[in-house]
Design a protein around this ligand. Structure first.
Ligand code: S3P
Length: 448
C-alpha cells in the first residue's frame, strides 16, 4: 500500500487544471453509449471510478476507444446494449453501481453488479426499492439492501416517486430506468441534489421536463438521439476543492484553477468558504456541455468558524472532509448539522475525519448528523495542526483532505493507504508538488 509524506511550509502558488468532473463523466459515458453513432467525450475523468464505468459499458457491448484526453464512444442506440458474460465490477463507485442498476433494470437480459468492500457496505435499498416499484426484478444481499445486485431485466412501468433522500444517484438511477419504462415517471426529492443528469438529458434533447420541483420524464422515446460529435467535461469542483481550501489556509498562497464546473447545485463549498472569510474570485465565466464553468482564483486569508445547516448539505456533500480541515484551522467554532448522509459515503466521513483530525490536534466532536469543530486559529502562534501518521480509511477524499491539512502542520505528516486517490484524482500529487514548487514536498513510498 502507498503512503505519502507531506512536508509543510511552502505556500501554494501558480495555475493548474483538475480532472474532468467525475459525476458528469459517468453520465456522459452512459448517455453517449445509448446514442446513435460515435461521440467524443473530451477532458473526461481518468479516475478508476469512471474507468470502471467505461469497462462496464464495454462489457455491455459498447465499443469505447480511449486516449489520455478523450473517450470515443460508439453508441449502440437506446435498445442496443447486450448481456455481459461476466459480473460487472464497479470498484469503489457508488455513482457507477447505482446509475448502472437503473440503466439495466429495463433491459431484456441479466446482469450482476458488484464493487469493492466499501461499495458492498453501502446502502442500495434506496434505488432497489423504487426500481422494484417500477417492476424491476433485483436480488441482492439483505433483501436487496447490499451489493452484489442481480438484475433480471424486466418490462418497467412509470412511477411517481418522492425520494426520501436528496441524492443525485437515486434520482439519476430512476431517470435512466424511466427512459426504458412505459409511461410518464415523476420524481421529487426533499432538496435539489446535483442536476447533471437533467442537464445532460437536456443537452441531448431527451423528453425530460421540470414542473416546479417535480421531474417529469416520458419513457421510451420513439426517436433516439445522435451522439454529440464533441462533449467537453468541465473540471471537477470536488477535485479543485482541495486546492481551494489549501490555498486559503496556507499563508502566502495564490492559486488559479482553470476551467472548473461551477454548477450552483455543487458550489456550497464556495459559499461556505466566502462566509468563513476566504478570498475567492470566479473569473472568465463561460459554459461547457450545458454546464457553467469558470477559473477560480484563491488567495490565503484568515478563516473563522461558521454554522452549516441542512440547506447547504446537498450542494456541499462531497466537500465535507476538506471543509473539516478548513474549520479545524479557522478561528472559532464550526457546527455542521443535517449531514447524516456523510456516514454512508466511501467511508463514514463524520467518524473518519473526526478521528484523523483529532490525531493532528484538532478538537472535533462527533454528532449523529454532523460535527462540532473548535478551530485552532491558524494565524495564532500555537494554532497549528500536529504532524502525525494518519490514514485514509480507503477513502480518496479523506486521503486528499489529510494531505492538505498536513501542509499547515508544525512538522512532517505521513498518510497511509493513499492508493485510493486513484479513484478520482490520479494527478493529485503532481498538482500539489507543482503548486508547492517542491517535487520533494510530497513523497510517495510503496509499503505493504
Ligand atoms: C454523485 C452524487 C452524490 C455524491 C457522489 C456523486 C453523483 O452522492 O456524493 O460523490 O454523481 O450523482 P448521493 O447521490 O448519494 O448524494
Amino acid at each position: 500500500m502507498t503512503s505519502v509524506t507531506i512536508t509543510p511550509g511552502k505556500p501554494l502558488r501558480g495555475a493548474i487544471s483538475v480532472p474532468g468532473d467525475k459525476s458528469i463523466t459517468h453520465r456522459a459515458i452512459i448517455l453517449t453509449a445509448l446514442a446513435e453513432g460515435m461521440g467524443t467525450i473530451k477532458g473526461y475523468c481518468r479516475g478508476e471510478d469512471c474507468l470502471n464505468t467505461v469497462r462496464a459499458l464495454r462489457a455491455l457491448g459498447v465499443k469505447i476507444d480511449h486516449t489520455a484526453d478523450e473517450l470515443r464512444v460508439h453508441g449502440k442506440g437506446l435498445w442496443g446494449l447486450s448481456e455481459p458474460s461476466e459480473i460487472v465490477d464497479c470498484g469503489n463507485s457508488g455513482t457507477g453501481i447505482r446509475l448502472l442498476t437503473g440503466l439495466l433494470a429495463g433491459q431484456d437480459f441479466f446482469t450482476v453488479l458488484t464493487g469493492d468492500a466499501s461499495i458492498r457496505r453501502r446502502p442500495m435499498g434506496r434505488i432497489v426499492k423504487p426500481l422494484r416499484e417500477m417492476g424491476a426484478t433485483i436480488a441482492g444481499r439483505k433483501g436487496g439492501e447490499l451489493a452484489p445486485l442481480a438484475v433480471m431485466g424486466s418490462t418497467l412501468r412509470a412511477i411517481t416517486y418522492a425520494s426520501p433522500v436528496a441524492s443525485a444517484q437515486v434520482k439519476s438511477s430512476l431517470l435512466l430506468a424511466a427512459l426504458f419504462a412505459q409511461g410518464t415517471t415523476r420524481i421529487t426529492e426533499p432538496r435539489l441534489s446535483r442536476d447533471h443528469t437533467e442537464r445532460l438529458f437536456q443537452f441531448y434533447d431527451l423528453p425530460l421536463k421540470r414542473e416546479g420541483t417535480t421531474l417529469v420524464m416520458e419513457g421510451r422515446p420513439l426517436l433516439g438521439w445522435i451522439a454529440k460529435a464533441e462533449l467537453t467535461v468541465p473540471g471537477d469542483l470536488s477535485a479543485a476543492a482541495f486546492f481551494i481550501v489549501g490555498a486559503s489556509i496556507v499563508p502566502g498562497s495564490d492559486v488559479t484553477i482553470t476551467g472548473v464546473g461551477v454548477n450552483p447545485t455543487r458550489t456550497g463549498l464556495l459559499d461556505i468558504l466566502a462566509r468563513m472569510g476566504a478570498d475567492i474570485q470566479l473569473l472568465n465565466p463561460r459554459e461547457e456541455a450545458g454546464e457553467p464553468i469558470a477559473d477560480i482564483r484563491v488567495k490565503s486569508a484568515p478563516l473563522h468558524g461558521v454554522t452549516i445547516g441542512p440547506d447547504l448539505i446537498p450542494r456541499t456533500i462531497d466537500e465535507f472532509p476538506i471543509l473539516c480541515v478548513a474549520a479545524a484551522v479557522a478561528e472559532g467554532e464550526t457546527v455542521i448539522s443535517g449531514a447524516e448522509e456523510l456516514r454512508v459515503k466511501e467511508s463514514d466521513r463524520i467518524a473518519t475525519m473526526a478521528a484523523e483530525l483529532r490525531l493532528m490536534g484538532a478538537e472535533m466532536t462527533e454528532r449523529p448528523d454532523g460535527l462540532q469543530i473548535q478551530g485552532l486559529g491558524r494565524h495564532r502562534e500555537n494554532g497549528r495542526l500536529r504532524g502525525t501518521q494518519g490514514r485514509s480509511h480507503g477513502d480518496h477524499r479523506v486521503a486528499m483532505s489529510l494531505a492538505i491539512a498536513s501542509l499547515t502542520a508544525a512538522s512532517e505528516t505521513v498518510i497511509d493507504e493513499t492508493d485510493c486517490i486513484e479513484t478520482s484524482f490520479p494527478d493529485f500529487h503532481r498538482c500539489l508538488s507543482e503548486l508547492s514548487g517542491t517535487r520533494g514536498g510530497t513523497k510517495e513510498t510503496g509499503s505493504v
